[in-house]
Design a protein around this ligand. Sequence first.
Ligand code: SF4
Length: 336
Amino acid sequence: MTSLIDQFRRPLRDLRISVTDRCNFRCSYCMPADVFHDEFKFLHHDQILRYEEITRLARIAVGLGVVKLRITGGEPLVRRDLDQLIAQLTSISGVEDIAMTTNGFLLEKMAQPLKDAGLARVTISLDSLDNDVFRRMNGDKADVAPVLAGIRAAEQAGLTPIKVNAVVQRGVNDHTMVDLARFCKDNGYVLRFIEFMDVGTRNGWKLDQVVPAKEIIERIDAALPLERVEGNYYGEVAERHRYRDGGGEIGVIASVTQPFCGTCTRLRLSADGRIYTCLFALRGTSLRDPMRAGATDDELATLFAGVWSKRKDRYSEIRTEETAANKKIEMNYIGG
Ligand code: SF4
């Protein structure tokens, strides 16, 4: 099947599905607690897509070339019975991979049911092993221990390879990077350090808080010698390195200093059924409303195709301190 291509001839391959805008953490770089406080108005239940609706849209997207599905949020595990959605998505022929990104806090209980339902693998966000630093970054919502228990449960359930994502902020957690790298290396987890990004409009992003990928690698290499390795596939976001002693690999996702828009194959579906062509998009296109108004699969496919084929996004290549202030969509709404 030929994939749909956009204005830069990038094929549609990945659909990131946000199943909720809610989260049990308040990470400062995504949902700062002072903004997403107890009175914050999240999407109402009847505004968000039902699992059957998500599955229908995913099936249509697969018909247009999507092969990889990633479940995100907010925090996907705060949505009930997520394994039922996984089971539905697994029934779509043509899907090659179903993965999920989670903060791991609820993973200990859910790992096995998700695996049994067909989930292939998980990426756990863990910004530091230092409990004080971790609590400072997640809005004082959780300790490291339950997340580590979640990782172990995922490993025992066979949701492997285990990937760990860590957002690096200068002066916040960069002094704990080597400990986290050593922990992941010793346990065979694939760690990805992520440059702090100006997602949304609420995280107070400043360029001087970004630790560039080059510096991250130099600082890890100084303690745990590394060598660069080639990418796995077209559209891979992480720059890969392996430990010279054969102890596995590590990567950096450098959206700020080494943009990868040229091979970006990702479309995002928000919890209320809008599709977004970029993590830093200003607006999206609703598929929920025409779907609930009785649109056929062909009509929805035409909408999908129209949005992707007109796509020209390359935000990270044009980012400036000025564009950082653009009224971009919030990350808790469309997932990372
Ligand atoms: S900035 Fe937008 S276009 Fe570029 S890689 Fe990220 S999501 Fe893709």
